[in-house]
Design a protein around this ligand. Structure first.
Ligand code: HEC
Length: 290
C-alpha cells in the first residue's frame, strides 16, 4: 500500500516536471535564448535614437537591400513623427535614387520611373522565383515586419533551464518586454561561426543563433569596416548589427513612440482621476454620521 502511494506520488511529480519543462521549452521558442541588449526604445519612456535609425538605414540600404525588400515601408515614412528625422527634400532625393515599375501607360505598356516619396522600397528581384534562384533556393524574406515576426516566443539567455523559463515568461509578460525581435536579429547577425568538427552544413552557413536550425542560406552579411559611418560611431560588425536591428524594429513598429506616449498619458490621467474620486467621495460622505 505504501509503495503504491509512493509510486503514485513519484508519477505525479514526474508528470508535473514534464509539464513544466514542456511549457518552458515552448515559452523559449524551442530552447533558444538571446542575450538582452540595451535599446533606447525599451521601457515605458523609450524612444528611438534618430542617429541610430539613420545608421541602421544606411546599413540596410548599402548591404541588406541587395537581397531583402522592405515592401511595407514608403520613402515618406522615414520622415514621419518618431522616425528618422529626414526632411521632405531629403526624402525626395532618396526616393529618386530608386526605380519602380508603373503603368500601364496609354499603349498598355508597363514602364519604369524614378520612385516618389509615396512609393515603397522596391524588391531587388522581379519575382519570388528570381529571388530564390539567386540565393541557392532560399527566399530572402521581406524585412518590414521581421522584428515582430520573430518576437513571439523567445527570451534572453538566463542559462538556467527549465523552470526559470516559465518564471521568466511570466515576468516578461507582466513587464511587457518587447525587444525579443531586435535581440534576435542582433544575435543572428553576429552569431556566425565555423561549423564544429564533424558538422557538415553543405552550402549553408553555420549559425547556432538561427531560429530554425543551426545553419541558413544567408552568408554572413556584415563585417568590420563594411559601411562608412560619418558620425564617428564604431565601424564594427557589432555596431552595424545593433543599428540595423534598431532600424528594423522601427520598420516593424513605426508608431512605437506615439503608442508609449498614449500609455503614459493614460496612466497620469488615471492617477489624477483616482485622486479626484477620492476627494469627491470624502466630500459626499462627510456629513453622514458613522
Ligand atoms: C546575398 C543576399 C543577402 C544579403 C546581402 C542579406 N541577406 Fe538576409 N537572408 C538571405 C537569404 C537567402 C535568407 C534566407 C535564409 C534561409 O532561410 O536559409 C535570409 C534571411 C534573413 C533573415 C531571416 C532569418 C530568420 O529568422 O528566418 C533575416 C532577419 C535577415 N536575412 C536579415 C538580413 C540583414 C539585416 C541583412 C543586412 C545586414 C541581410 N539579411 C543581408 C540573403 C541575404
Amino acid at each position: 500500500m505504501i509503495t503504491l502511494t509512493k509510486n503514485t506520488v513519484r508519477a505525479l511529480v514526474a508528470a508535473c516536471a514534464l509539464t513544466v519543462s514542456a511549457g518552458g521549452a515552448m515559452a523559449a521558442g524551442g530552447g533558444k535564448h538571446f542575450e538582452k541588449q540595451d535599446w533606447s526604445f525599451s521601457g515605458p519612456l523609450g524612444k528611438y535614437d534618430k542617429a541610430q535609425l539613420q545608421r541602421g538605414f544606411q546599413v540596410y540600404k548599402e548591404v541588406c537591400s541587395s537581397c531583402h525588400s522592405l515592401e511595407y515601408i514608403a520613402f515618406r515614412n522615414l520622415g514621419e513623427d518618431g522616425a528618422l528625422g529626414y526632411n521632405p527634400d531629403q526624402i525626395k532625393a532618396l526616393a529618386a535614387e530608386y526605380e519602380v515599375e508603373d503603368g500601364p501607360d496609354d499603349e498598355g505598356e508597363m514602364f519604369t520611373r524614378a520612385a516618389k516619396p509615396f512609393d515603397t522600397f522596391p524588391s531587388p528581384y522581379p519575382n519570388v522565383q528570381a529571388a530564390k534562384s539567386a540565393n541557392g533556393g532560399a527566399y530572402p524574406p521581406d524585412l518590414s515586419l521581421i522584428a515582430k515576426a520573430r518576437a513571439g516566443s523567445m527570451g534572453p539567455d538566463t542559462g538556467i533551464e527549465p523552470l526559470t523559463d516559465l518564471v521568466r515568461m511570466v515576468w516578461h509578460t507582466v513587464t511587457a518586454y518587447q525587444e525579443y525581435g531586435p535581440d534576435y536579429l542582433y544575435a543572428l547577425l553576429t552569431g556566425y561561426e565555423e561549423a564544429p568538427e564533424g558538422v557538415d552544413v553543405g552550402d549553408l552557413n553555420y549559425n547556432p543563433n538561427f531560429i530554425a536550425g543551426n545553419a541558413l542560406a544567408m552568408a554572413p552579411p556584415l563585417d568590420d569596416e563594411l559601411v562608412e559611418y560619418t558620425d564617428g560611431s564604431p565601424m564594427t560588425k557589432e555596431q552595424y548589427a545593433k543599428d540595423v536591428s534598431a532600424f528594423l524594429m522601427w520598420a516593424a513598429e513605426p508608431k512605437l513612440e506615439q503608442r508609449k506616449r498614449v500609455g503614459v498619458n493614460a496612466l497620469i490621467f488615471l492617477v489624477i482621476f483616482a485622486g479626484l474620486l477620492y476627494f469627491t467621495k470624502k466630500r459626499v460622505w462627510s456629513d453622514v454620521d458613522h
